[in-house]
Every structure is written in structure tokens, then in C-alpha cells.
Write a protein that binds this ligand. Structure first.
Ligand code: BG6
Length: 471
């Protein structure tokens, strides 16, 4: 890293997780079922009717029982913040009840106690791919407007209970992914192939209104809280310098940028309305919806960043690659991870500059990282993983964050994904590991669940300790 790059003194270094991927205890503490209980293979196969034993998320990494040990390890790395989600079905087991489940509320109180004990600032996602299953089966998830009220009630319970203790809140994880993974992201039961465009975009609208209503509730119930949106960021490069490819890449990129535009500006941009018209989509948008969106814009923009993609207007050139939740055209200039996700550290600097130029809101990188197969080895009598590939990936990306800071971008913090190994969202594997901490659990469910520090554990501790100077 060049000498001129410095991270702000209050930069929020930490790590990120989601309830369904770490907690386990899927039927303990009064928890209801969520969509994750019928998605044993992630998004690779259709949902099942009910829970099945092959679902690794039933136990996950048992964070529900081991949270104190895990948070202590995060503290040992020097975390300033810890991103976790609240499982909606722990608080409202069905999703449409009038009263919350006290046992669920008490669990997250204990998690917050541990964070406080170690001086770790919680960063809470209200909804991270874990819609209560009852809302999916009975209402078809976010297609149904009634979900807005259920979500608002849930968010109000969280702000009333934890609002004095939690400063940073995210309303929906990767809200734009609903366009590509309707069940995972929108709790929508209708299979993607049968879902009408109107129902899909109505679900998007309902989530956006719910996000704004949650922001409004936070202002009333937790005046010190800051609420952010969370977008799956994926820069789209033209495959060639032709104007047609540039226009095609802009059009594809806008399918993601629209979500930030609406959260930050409080209204639908013209290009988005045109796209709805072109697709023959006619939405129900009330005057109240418009007012709620306009009056309750976000305090900051958070995003995940793993891959960039290319785009072209020439169908014969559209060679698809893998991506986070949804694929894009392969960029021939980039290498990829074992799962085919193309690695592009400079893309992170591009995203940070683009978002800052566009919205002038503080930016929070709440997911980034390399999913890789790790091998547990013994070094000096201690079990560990020599994960130089993960260190290189994160180091390269953080150098680009440093460049963006030098460019003048306001970056609040960095919480790499899966700071402790967890169950993958897309493939539901344990072997796709992101963590600084190895968890002894295998794809067939075997393993002791013991935790081991990887080489990257010490590397990240030093990055945090030196506030980025060691990069
Ligand atoms: C993001 C999600 O899409 O990417 C996480 O917010 C997910 O839940 C992460 O785990 C990495 O994806 P995967 O499929 O490798 O787990």
C-alpha cells in the first residue's frame, strides 16, 4: 500500500454473518420455520415441502449455543463491529402474529450483551434471506402487500427493544437480488418461471415501501439509530468499446443501481419507470407509498461486493460466467474463484467511487470475501489453515478501499463476509469457506464444530490493529 493511504480513525473494521447461515437451533427457542428450512441445497434445487435432515442449516455452526465463544474470538481479532441478522421467525414464528416471541427477543439480547462486553458495535440486518415460511406458503411472500404491515410490526419490535443498543441497521439484505432469486430474497412461493413480471416488481415495490416504513419507525423509536439499505453491488463493464455495448452495460447496471436511487432519492428514476412500461408492468403504487418513500430515505448505503461482470449488445458474444446469486457475461480479462466468481479488486474502487459520486451518502462495505476450500493442517502442534489465497484476496481489495478513501470517498467500514466459516447461501455447502475462523463441519454434516484460527486470523488482527497500515 502507498504511504498516502490512511483509514479514518473511526473506521468500522469487523465481519459479517446471517442468522440462517450460523445459528442452527432451527426449531429451538420457539422459533418458527423460515424459507431456509425448505431450501436444503440453497438456490440450486427447488424448495422442499418441509424440513429435511440433509439441511446443514438446521445446525449450521451452532452459533445459537456458541455465540459467546465466537464473539470473544472476533474481539481477539480487534473487531469494532459485528454484522449479524435477526431471524424474523425467532421473533414472529409465523410472521403474522400480533405478539412477538419473548424467547427469541431474549436470545438477541444475550448476543448484544456479549458484543457490549467486548466493545463491539452491532450492525443488524433486519431481513437476510429468512422470511418466515408461513408468509411464503400463505401469502406468497412479498408479492402480497400485507407483508409490508407484518415487516413494519417486526421492525418496530426490534427498534423498541434494541434501539438504544444498536446504532446501525440494514433493512433488507441485497434487496436487488429479489429480481433473480424470488424465493430466497422475496419469500415468494410461486416458482420463478411462473411468476409474472407484474407480481415480481410489485414485490420489489412492497419491499421498498417496507424499508422506508422501517426507516420511519427507527426515527421515532430509536432516534440515534442510522438506517442503511443493502445492495448487491456488481459493476458492469462493456465487453467492447462499442457504444451499443456501453448502453447495454448501463442498462444492466441500472437494474441494480435503481435500488440505491430509490432508497437515497425517495422516488423511482425515469429509466426504471420506462423499463416497467417496456415490460408491460403496471404496479399498484398509492399516494401514501410515494410520500413514505420520499420522506424516509436512508442515512447510508451499504453493499456486498464479490464480482464484476461484463455486458454486450451482441447475443453471439454473451458467454455467461458465475456470479453472486445471479450470473453475468464473463470478463475475459479476469481470473475466477473455485466457484467461478471472477475476482476484481479494482472493481471495488470503481463501485465506491460510482456510489459516492451518485449518492453522496456514507458507504459501508458489509460483505466481501473469497469462498474457498480450506485444508486443516497441524503447525507447531496447533490446527490451522494456511489460507494465503484468502489473505491475498482481502489485502488486494482493501488496498483498493484505501485508494477510494484517497479519492475522497466516505467509507464507514468493512465487514468481510463469513468472518467465521458458515453455510453457503447459494449452494448450502460448508466447504465453501470464507472465515478467519475454521469450523470443523463437513458437507455431510460430520465434524466436531470445534473452532480453529486460520493464518488469516492473525493477518486481519494486524490490519485492524494498524488501522490498515499493514496492508
Ligand atoms: C451474499 C449473501 O449474496 O453472498 C450471503 O448476502 C452469502 O448470504 C454471500 O452467503 C456469499 O455467497 P455464497 O453463496 O458463497 O454463500
Amino acid at each position: 500500500m502507498t504511504d498516502s493511504i490512511t483509514f479514518p480513525a473511526d473506521f468500522l473494521w469487523g465481519g459479517a454473518t446471517a442468522a440462517n447461515q450460523i445459528e442452527g437451533a432451527y426449531n429451538e427457542g420457539g422459533k418458527g420455520l423460515s424459507i431456509q428450512d425448505v431450501m436444503p441445497q440453497g438456490i440450486t434445487t427447488p424448495r422442499t415441502d418441509g424440513p429435511t435432515d440433509d439441511n446443514l442449516k438446521q445446525v449450521a455452526i451452532d452459533f445459537y449455543h456458541r455465540y459467546a465463544e465466537d464473539i470473544a474470538l472476533f474481539a481477539e481479532m480487534g473487531f469494532k463491529t459485528f454484522r449479524f441478522s435477526i431471524a424474523w421467525s425467532r421473533i414472529f414464528p409465523l410472521g403474522d402474529e400480533a405478539e412477538p416471541n419473548e424467547e427469541g427477543l431474549a436470545f438477541y439480547e444475550r448476543v448484544l450483551d456479549e458484543c457490549e462486553k467486548h466493545g463491539i458495535e452491532p450492525l443488524v440486518t433486519i431481513s437476510h434471506y429468512e422470511t418466515p415460511l408461513h408468509l411464503t406458503d400463505t401469502y406468497d411472500g412479498w408479492v402480497n402487500r400485507e407483508l409490508i404491515g407484518f415487516y413494519e410490526r417486526y421492525a418496530r419490535v426490534l427498534f423498541a427493544r434494541y434501539g438504544a443498543r444498536v446504532k446501525y441497521w440494514l433493512t433488507f439484505n441485497e434487496i436487488n437480488s429479489v429480481l433473480h432469486a424470488p424465493l430466497l430474497s422475496g419469500g415468494i412461493n410461486t416458482p420463478k418461471g411462473q411468476l409474472t413480471k407484474t407480481d415480481l416488481y410489485q414485490a420489489v415495490h412492497n419491499e421498498l415501501v417496507a424499508s422506508a416504513l422501517a426507516t420511519k419507525a427507527a426515527r421515532e423509536l430509536a432516534p440515534n439509530a442510522q438506517v442503511g439499505c443493502m445492495i448487491l453491488a456488481m459493476p458492469v463493464y462493456p465487453l467492447s468499446p462499442s457504444p451499443d455495448d456501453m448502453m447495454a452495460s448501463l442498462t444492466t447496471e441500472r437494474t441494480n443501481l435503481a435500488f440505491g436511487d430509490i432508497h437515497v432519492r425517495g422516488e423511482y428514476p425515469g429509466y426504471y419507470l420506462r423499463s416497467l412500461r417496456d415490460q408491460g408492468v403496471d404496479l399498484v403504487i398509492t399516494d401514501d407509498d410515494r410520500a413514505v418513500l420520499k420522506e424516509n430515505t436512508v442515512d447510508f448505503v451499504s453493499f456486498s461486493y464479490y464480482v464484476s461482470v461484463a455486458e454486450t449488445a451482441d447475443d453471439s458474444q454473451r458467454v455467461m460466467g458465475e456470479g453472486n446469486i445471479f450470473p453475468g457475461v464473463r470478463n475475459p480479462t479476469l481470473k475466477a474463484s473455485e466457484w467461478g466468481w471472477q475476482i476484481d479488486p479494482v472493481g471495488l474502487r470503481i463501485v465506491l467511487n460510482q456510489f459516492w459520486d451518485r449518492w453522496q451518502k456514507p458507504l459501508f462495505i458489509v460483505e466481501n470475501g473469497l469462498g474457498a476450500k480450506d485444508e486443516l493442517v497441524e503447525v507447531d502442534g496447533r490446527k490451522t489453515v494456511i489460507d494465503d489465497y484468502r489473505i491475498a484476496y482481502l489485502n488486494d481489495h482493501l488496498v483498493q478501499v484505501g485508494e477510494a478513501l484517497t479519492d475522497g470517498v466516505d467509507v464507514m467500514g468493512f465487514t468481510p463476509w463469513g468472518c467465521i466459516d458458515l453455510v453457503s447461501a447459494s449452494t448450502a455447502q460448508m466447504s465453501k469457506r470464507y472465515g478467519f475462523i475454521y469450523v470443523d463441519r463437513n458437507d455431510d454434516g460430520s465434524g466436531t464444530l470445534d473452532r480453529y484460527k486460520k493464518k488469516s486470523f492473525d493477518w486481519y488482527a494486524e490490519v485492524i490493529e494498524s488501522n490498515g497500515a499493514s496492508l
